[in-house]
Design a protein. Structure first.
Length: 429
């Protein structure tokens, strides 16, 4: 077998492969062995026909076709392996010349993993943000906790800021009720700014039992296209008003909130939790910045097939997330003002997909250069963690023993270790 390599681009290669009599005869014997399984010959059971007998009963056309297929398949695999080229998809084969039992010449074109030229990954400039927790951050947490322990008492007076208004409402645009604009027995905290501007303010001063119209205008940047800047009328009935009595922040409150004896204990615990959370967020942001800088500093050709796969993955994730919100992709595109799915892909998806592919390729190259590996012990530890996480689902636990699942976990682990090394190399000065 003779092989000639032609690089069509950084991500695509074409191999020209030639086979002679010896290779074709070997393929012919392999093909005969396969076809013999279905040959029927007098005196022999199906599948037990000797090769010498099968050769006399096999369909010549089928034999020739099977020989060609086997010859192509083996030659492509052998050629890419011998040239140490990793194809990302099944090579596209084009036969240039074929003389049965004599000669076969063809090309096999495929996208390949490109050569990555790493930038100077030890001299990146991202730094971890300093973390601090202000008193107001702690107070915001305590305010939310107070809301959770608040006493809600129905009153007969007019509604005021801070009350919970129990309302029925129907929103209409041009006299027609619009989707998502109605509710019954809805608890609305006045002053929460959870409804469009003017709605909550319009309830203040109204008494239980009153029905009234609120003429309002949706913000121009509202997420639903048909309601952006729209003038609407909400016919609203105030069913009840609940006064919210917030507890005092004292040692008794601290004891209710957790295993704390004093307010200071509670605040110290909140500060520790917020600090840890902000440290994690700062760490993740640092990792993202370093990977982005490494991408910018490196030469990373992007294979089209990987770009397409990643774009499809982003679209699947988006579709699933929207489904959880009761929406479909078409509604999202319309609400965001995209002219078409292609417009959305060009504006949001393609760049994100390219960055993901580049991150994967550059980190894989870095792991090779730095000789980073995921050990079997580390893999087992991570698999067991996943199993514990899904301990209540035997079906999910079984999935983690499958080879493809273990490969996926191993790849994630290797990526994590590589990013950690990248952080260490750029912070240990």
């Amino acid at each position: 077998m003779k092989t000639t390599v032609k690089h069509l681009s950084d991500t695509k290669v074409e191999l020209t492969i030639s086979l002679g009599k010896e290779e074709l005869e070997a393929a012919r014997q392999v093909a005969l062995t396969k076809l013999a399984r279905d040959i029927k010959a007098p005196g022999f059971r199906k599948g037990k026909v000797p090769i010498s007998v099968a050769a006399k009963h096999v369909d010549p056309v089928a034999w020739d076709q099977q020989t060609l297929e086997d010859a192509l398949s083996k030659a492509v695999a052998d050629a890419y392996t011998s040239e140490k080229i990793q194809a990302l998809d099944r090579p596209a084969v084009e036969i240039k010349k074929y003389v049965p039992s004599q000669e076969l010449e063809f090309t096999a074109e495929a996208e390949i993993l490109p050569k990555i030229k790493l930038g100077d990954y030890k001299k990146l400039k991202a730094t971890k943000a300093k973390v601090s927790v202000a008193d107001k951050d702690i107070d915001e947490i305590i305010d939310r906790m107070r809301q959770g322990f608040a006493e809600k008492k129905e009153v007969k007076r007019a509604a005021k800021d801070g009350d919970i208004a129990v309302i029925d409402f129907v929103g209409k645009k041009d006299g027609v009720a619009f989707e998502g604009g109605s509710g019954t027995g809805y608890d609305l905290t006045l002053g929460s700014n959870s409804f469009i501007p003017g709605f909550e303010e319009g309830i203040i001063g109204k008494k239980p039992g009153e029905t009234f119209d609120l003429e309002l205008t949706f913000p121009k940047d509202y997420h639903v296209k048909d309601l952006k800047g729209a003038q609407v009328v909400f016919t609203t009935t105030l069913q009840a008003v609940k006064e919210v009595a917030l507890p005092e922040v004292d040692d008794e409150f601290a004891a209710k909130a957790g295993p704390f004896k004093t307010v200071k204990d509670l605040k110290d615990d909140i500060k520790r939790e917020l600090t840890a959370q902000k440290e994690r967020e700062a760490g993740e942001k640092l990792k993202d910045e370093l990977v982005e800088q490494l991408i910018e500093a490196s030469d990373i050709p992007v294979p089209e097939i990987l770009l397409k796969d990643q774009a499809e993955s982003i679209e699947r994730d988006m579709t699933q997330n929207l489904m959880y919100q009761g929406l479909i992709l078409e509604q999202y595109l319309e609400n965001k003002g995209f002219k078409s799915k292609e417009d959305w892909q060009a504006s949001e998806v393609n760049d994100a997909a390219k960055k993901r592919v580049q991150a994967g390729l550059v980190l894989a190259e870095l792991s090779k250069v730095e000789k980073i590996e995921a050990t079997n012990e580390e893999l087992e530890e991570h698999v067991n963690l996943y199993k514990k996480q899904y301990a209540n689902s035997p079906h999910m636990v079984e999935q983690f023993d499958k080879p493809e699942a273990r490969r996926d976990i191993a790849n994630r682990l290797l990526t994590e270790k590589t990013v950690e090394r990248l952080v260490a190399l750029n912070t240990e000065k």
